[in-house]
Design a protein around this ligand. Structure first.
Ligand code: AMP
Length: 139
């Protein structure tokens, strides 16, 4: 299946839809998942129009994992989770629902189980507050 230019993340990348952005550079964009599995759940994506991991070239892969490390560090500093899970789904059979490659950064807390994938919409005020906390922790 070819890359769909009208997928939600393509629209966010073009500025046609809003996002709770926490980090951006020339190659990557990171914003909060609006249906977070836990507080601080963040998505990092390459700006290149790629659907999955196999469409990403080596150079872009380096930029992506570098951005993931940076943003995950900020999430760690902002929320002090007990652990951080990285997740990246390739294809509908794997559970991918948005067909633009992205890495999930999912904070894990010892005394609570992460919520189900893409099920519970968070409140805007909470997402704004969480995005600000992560932005403040990026360095
Ligand atoms: P995946 O199933 O791996 O493709 O993940 C897509 C993720 O995008 C899900 O966790 C959704 O909650 C999340 N999501 C869907 N729409 C938006 C949006 N407009 N802004 C931020 N996150 C979104």
């Amino acid at each position: 299946m070819p890359y769909d230019n009208d997928n939600i993340f393509a629209k966010i990348l073009r500025g046609e839809l809003p996002a709770f952005t926490v980090y951006e550079n020339d190659q990557c964009l990171a914003f909060l998942d609006v249906m977070p599995q836990s507080d601080g759940h963040t998505l990092v994506l390459p700006k290149q129009p790629v659907q999955n991991l196999f469409d990403l070239d080596d150079e872009a892969a380096k930029y992506l994992i570098t951005a993931v490390r940076k943003v995950a560090g900020a999430v760690q500093d902002a929320f002090s989770p007990d652990g951080i899970r990285l997740m990246q789904l390739n294809g509908e059979a794997a559970g991918q629902t948005v067909m633009h490659l992205h890495m999930h950064i999912i904070p894990c807390y010892a005394h609570s189980t992460p919520l189900s994938h893409a099920q519970h919409m968070a409140e805007t005020e909470i997402l704004e507050e969480h995005a600000a906390k992560i932005r403040a922790a990026i360095h």
